[in-house]
Design a protein around this ligand. Structure first.
Ligand SMILES: [Zn+2]
Length: 402
């Protein structure tokens, strides 16, 4: 048993507890959270930390296999420019180098307080890293397809990757990449194989323009590489995904930077279980835009946070996303954004029974947030995060995940 205390405990599922004492079992299970009367006194057997205790972070969108592409794409190119750059460099590095970068990124994720990740893989390069990591990974095996003749092979190779993941004890599901890269037939084939999708959605204005009017930089990119984009429908790109998502049990819509209130309503009417995953640092890097946070809050959306990859972000630590949100949206309280970085991500990945909040019976991992503004309970540019719990405290391989 272990007792940990700090100036604040942020349980996420309820308001912050000043001078809270968290009691953990040997396996990291939360046994109790108590608040002493008055100031907390140094007492025997209680570890006291300066700062706040929070549940482990859950990063709902990452591409560990792109970790070696740090800095290869310039900022603010727009999505078409970014895709061209990543495609040109993706396989230009030796596999060993890509693997080393993924391994280092995984270690940094963990040290910064991340306990679970929804990670996109197009190949099996990072599977061993993920299988041996103390971080829990759910792998979304991603496929795109704009050529009918490629669909069968694409699905078959994805199923083989899913088998490989299962042999390593990794949780995995098949997912389409994005509306602009995926034919209706590919959506249908993937829907037949998977109940959990993580789809890039409305990451750029160009994506909506492609579907609404059949023009723009994404259309130019696709035609330049010999692909035929879908004909314009007069509707935004989200409808292309929604046409095939009604039977999907769990849908993560990622980015949503150019999602309108009407788009939100259409999605909510189509699917019951949607998580709106936001990656604000990546959006600034690629599009120089931020997602419509206030609209999503007003709609009562289930929000989660992701980092995207090191190709479009300096860090895979959700603390940096929280700092960015604190700077750009100072009126949103830390208790709310922290919820997106923990319980929101856990719910997106089907891990909310174990992770995401400091509730009795969970094994969420405990993160220390130090160098906070304790008077206002706000992050500062100097705030740091680190895990205080051992690696066996929050592992929940396979069974409980989506
Ligand atoms: Zn992504």
């Amino acid at each position: 048993m272990r007792k940990i205390a700090a100036h604040y405990v942020l349980p996420v599922s309820r308001p912050p507890v000043r001078n809270g004492i968290l009691t953990l079992g040997d396996d990291g299970e939360v046994l109790n959270l108590s608040a002493p009367y008055g100031e907390l006194q140094e007492s025997e057997g209680v570890e006291f930390y300066s700062g706040a205790l929070a549940p482990g972070f859950v990063n709902a969108h990452c591409h560990l296999e792109l970790s070696h592409l740090r800095g290869v794409a310039p900022q603010r190119t727009g999505l078409a420019g970014f895709i061209s750059c990543v495609a040109a460099h993706r396989d230009a590095f030796p596999g060993e180098q890509a693997l080393r970068a993924a391994s280092l990124a995984d270690a940094q994720l963990h040290a910064g307080g991340t306990v679970a990740v929804g990670d996109v893989s197009n190949r099996g390069l990072t599977f061993e890293v993920k299988a041996h990591s103390p971080v829990f990974y759910h792998t979304f095996i991603e496929r795109l397809g704009l050529r009918r003749e490629d669909i069968e092979h694409g699905v078959r190779s994805a199923l083989l990757l899913a088998e490989e993941a299962a042999k390593l004890g990794l949780s995995a599901s098949l997912t389409p990449h994005a509306p602009y890269s995926t034919l209706p037939e590919m959506y249908a084939a993937l829907a037949a194989q998977s109940g959990s999708w993580s789809v890039h959605n409305q990451e750029s204005r160009e994506e909506n323009l492609l579907f609404e009017e059949g023009r723009g930089a994404l259309r130019d990119l696709l035609t330049a590489i010999g692909l035929t984009p879908a004909p314009p429908t007069g509707k935004s790109s989200i409808y292309h995904t929604l046409q095939h998502a009604a039977g999907v049990q769990r849908l993560l819509l990622v980015h949503n930077t150019f999602t309108s209130p009407d788009d939100y309503d259409a999605a909510a009417a189509c699917c019951k279980n949607i998580s709106w995953v936001l990656c604000p640092s990546s959006n600034l890097y690629i599009e120089h835009a931020l997602p419509p946070l206030q609209m999503l809050r007003a709609k009562g959306a289930s929000i989660a946070l992701g980092t995207d990859s090191l190709a479009s972000n300096a860090s895979l630590n959700l603390l940096d996303e929280l700092k960015l949100l604190a700077e750009r949206f100072p009126d949103i309280p830390l208790s709310e954004t922290l919820r997106w970085a923990t319980l929101g991500g856990a719910a997106a990945l089907g891990l909310e029974r174990t992770l995401g909040s400091l509730d009795k019976g969970k094994r969420p991992g405990v993160v220390l947030l130090s160098n906070l503004d304790l008077d206002k309970l706000k992050l500062t540019p100097e705030t740091k995060s680190r895990l205080l719990t051992k690696k066996n405290a929050y592992i929940c391989r396979g069974k409980e995940a989506i």
